[in-house]
Design a protein around this ligand. Sequence first.
Ligand code: SF4
Length: 120
Amino acid sequence: MRDHVAADAGTASWSDRPECPFLVDRRCSVYAVRPSACRKAHSLAVEACAANAPRIPQSLKLVVGTAALTQGTLGAYAEAGFDASQHEMVSAVLTALDDPTAEARWCAGEPVFGPRGTAV
Ligand code: SF4
């Protein structure tokens, strides 16, 4: 995860980002608890994915539903007084694992994950 965060810091575009460290043997090792951004990323065409096609068929219902769930969750966090800013996933998980006070501080409304990131 540290290698991923260091390598990711130097990338200029989304397509240059290093592979997710939770991808193990070509499968998501945290599938049951994957973030909403990952739940929104799906494909209805294996061939298009394999070819890294610029347009990959998706279910609009699933994309919109996941986006609504994300926005609703962020709104609920904000209303409850929690920091509801979004962050790059691996960096945020690393912070949570490295800092034993992170959970308590986040529950107290403190922004513990640093500057706002570009991904959820
Ligand atoms: S956490 Fe998300 S990006 Fe990482 S392997 Fe799982 S689905 Fe892919």
